[in-house]
Structure formats: C-alpha cells, structure tokens
Design a protein around this ligand. Sequence first.
Ligand SMILES: Cc1cc2nc3c(=O)[nH]c(=O)nc-3n(C[C@H](O)[C@H](O)[C@H](O)COP(=O)(O)OP(=O)(O)OC[C@H]3O[C@@H](n4cnc5c(N)ncnc54)[C@H](O)[C@@H]3O)c2cc1C
Length: 460
Amino acid sequence: MGTKLKDLFKDSRLIAQYILQRRVQAGFYVVDYDPAYRAHAKHIETFLDGHRPATTLVSVPALASPDIKFEIEAYAALRQEPLRKVDVVVVGAGLSGLKAAWEVQKAGFSCIVAEARGRVGGRTYSVDPLEDGRKVDLGGAWINDTNQSEIYKLVQTLGLELIVQKTDGDVIYEDFDGDLSRTGYGLTPDTLVEANAKEMINFITEDIEQACHELNIHDSKAGAAEELDKMTLLEWAQTKTNSKSALAVVQLWTRAMMGIEPSGVSAFFFLKYMKSGGGPARMRSDLKHGGQHLRFLEGSQSVSLRLADLLHADTVMLNSPVFRIKQSSDGVLVSTARGEILCKDVIVSVQTILYNSITFDPSLPSSKPELAKHGVQSFSFKHVILYSEPWWRKAGLSGAFVSFNRPISTSRDTSNDRNGQYSLTGFANGDLGRRSSKYTKAERTKAILDHIERVFGLYV
Ligand SMILES: Cc1cc2nc3c(=O)[nH]c(=O)nc-3n(C[C@H](O)[C@H](O)[C@H](O)COP(=O)(O)OP(=O)(O)OC[C@H]3O[C@@H](n4cnc5c(N)ncnc54)[C@H](O)[C@@H]3O)c2cc1C
C-alpha cells in the first residue's frame, strides 16, 4: 500500500501537467469592477481573439502593483498528438541534436526530434533586426577551420558561407579607473595603471598556457590534475600572482569564454576546456586557428535550419518539452508536452544542467543528476549595436576593446561588409551580466551606448 501511494505521488506532477494541457481557462481580475462601466471588455475580446474558453471575472480591491488595474490569468491547452512510434527520439533541436538526428536517418532509422522551444538552433539564434535579411547572431557565432574541424566539415557539407573576422586596427584597453590606452592587436599596453601590470599579465598568460599544455585532460586524477580540481581557478591564479591586472585578465577570460567567474570553476576544468580548444592563446584569438576566426554569412542558426530541412518531413516537433523518459519491456516511452512517442533508443542533447528537468524512469546513474545539480549555469549577456557605417575603422581602430571597468567587458567588430551590415558586438557575462539583467532594457541599452561612447570617444 505504502509503495502504491508513493508511486501515485511520484506521478502527480505528470497528472497535473495533463490536466492543464487539456483545459483552457481564463480568469480576469479587475480592480473594483463596476458592471455599469465595462472598460475591460474590449481588451478581453482582443485577448481571446474569437475563442470562448471557460472564464471567470473576479472583482479585487487591488493588484500586486498599485498602477495595475486589470490582470488576465490564462491556462492554454496544447493539442496532444496521437502516440507515435519510431526507432530513435532525440531530445533537443540544437546543433548536436539535429546533427545526431541526421546521422540516425542517414543510417536508415526513423527518428523524431522533440524540442522545447518554438524554433530550432538552441544556443545559436540569428535574428534579422531590421527585417532586411541581414542577420546578427545573439548566441554562438564564431568557429574556426582547424581545431573546430567537425563543425567546419559540416558547414562545408551544408554549403554555408563563412566570413573572416576582421582584426585590422588597434584594440582599446580600459583600465580599472577608466583610463584608456590603445595598442596593436594581440598586444598588452605599456600604460596600464598598476606597476608591472604588463609583465604580470604576460606572466599569467604564459603560465596558464604552459599548464594547459602539460595537463592530461583525459584523467582528472593524473599528475597535478587532482589538486587542480580541488581549487577554483581564482584560488589557483592567486597562488601565482596578486597583481590586480593579471587577475582581472583571468576574470575576463572566464567571463568572455565561459560566462562564469574564476571563482565558479575548478582550475582543472578551466585548463581542460582551454586545452580542448587548442589552449588559451588560440581560444582568445580572432586570427587563423583562433576561437573567433570565422562567422556565418547567414548567421550561425543557418546550420540548424539547414539540418532541419534535410530531415524527413515531421521529424522535428517544436514546442514539445520532454518531461519524462520511461523505459519498459515495450521500449522507451518519451512524454512531451504535445504527446508521447514510443521508441527503442533516446539521445538526450540538452545541457547537463537541465537533466533534472526530465524524470528518468529508471533513474540515471547517480553521478549524472549529481553533476546536473552541482553544475553552474553560465550567464551570457551579448548585445549587438548596428551602425550605418564602421566609424571606428577611420580612426585606425579594430572595434575591439577590453575593459576592466563596466558594463561591457569585451567587444568586437561583427560587421558583414558584404551585405553592408556594420556592428559592434559586446559581452557582459558572468556576474557582470547577471547584474545588468536586473535593469530594464532601456537602462541596459543606455549603459551600453554610454560605455561605447566613453571608450571610443577619446579616439574618434
Ligand atoms: C551567447 C553565446 C555565445 C556563444 N558563442 C560561441 C561561439 O562564438 N563559438 C562557439 O563555438 N560556441 C559558442 N557558444 C556555445 C554554443 O552556442 C553551444 O556550444 C552550442 O550551440 C550548443 O549546442 P547543443 O546542441 O549542444 O546545445 P543547445 O544549443 O543548448 O541545444 C539543446 C536544445 O535542447 C532544448 N531542450 C532543453 N531542454 C529540453 C527538454 N526538456 N525537452 C526538449 N528540448 C529541450 C533546448 O531548447 C535547445 O534547443 C555560445 C553560446 C552562447 C549562449
């Protein structure tokens, strides 16, 4: 009896989800409702757009904020598709999920990709802000043709065009106190305010490069790896130097490349991550072999859009978050918000940190949910500012800047000269981005534009 009750309780989340999905109900909360003055009616009609679900109108003395006089609470229903049967279900329609689905279908197996969002591409997302076909990337944007050889091969196979990142011109450095200096691409300025700043930045840069190349990334217990995995990158860097500038550079790296703070990542994981990309020097670089060497003419999401087109019709199910994967003697039952799929195998391509949003039955080996639970969610706040011309180039500047100040920590020229799109793209990642996210869009935009003006104003 005890076990049955426990099982019922375990399933209650599932039952609740089904009930919500099959009903449409709307509630209207109106402050001091007056039947003789039906000002809300027009707005409700617009909102319902011809639908007639069950509705309830509640007169309330006040709502959460004194200026809000009217609130709509709506439960929308998603149509449930009949049970589908395939060989393989792929969870997630990002780059990895779509590539996996393509391989599965090429090998002659049937496959469905269940995607939570209303679009493919996951962390690659290309938008057309001026609606004139000139795309900009809000997610992943850069690749290269050497140490990202798999994606490069895929791009060639799909026939997508790449453009080379511009690096002509100087880079601006903004110091802690807002002092500005400009220097050639890839160099450290002599004029930073802290004594020996340049030496210490060069020292930590070379030291980390060397540690990275000496590390056995395949064994977290071999050599120095075990010790490095017990300390954060910040703690490790502090054993090397107490230079404020050198530590700020380390912070710039984790923020720009991982969206986290040096105190939020183990020294081992950071070095492993860097080494996988060819070492920190390459990961930071915009030149050949560098992490930021090539971009997509039509935006990076074009890879996923093209892959999705190559899949059989009705392969990708959008708006279908998977919430349960249950294995039984009949196969694997994958439950999504839009219906169930019975299959033989499942490929889960979601970020590890999201594993705990899916109920696995039987459960995954404990190390996996533990990893998901303790994983740190990175934070990337990327912005793209469009201009009618690349004004920074006339002043001999590359458009790139690095700032120890805030709010933008790094910026680059992300223009596409071939289609006359000129832009600067910046990042406020890690804690810096988290802080920015608390402001309104208008406040963030103003802070970004003010920062760009402050950094370039001296030279342009
Ligand atoms: C701002 C930013 C900039 C970046 N810049 C670069 C760069 O310049 N170069 C580079 O190489 N990389 C970059 N990256 C990283 C790169 O974008 C990712 O590594 C890559 O896109 C990951 O692809 P993926 O398919 O593995 O995962 P994702 O793209 O995360 O795809 C997973 C998919 O699963 C879906 N999903 C999640 N949970 C569920 C569920 N329960 N049910 C169904 N679907 C679910 C998600 O909606 C998503 O579509 C950047 C990332 C960001 C965010």
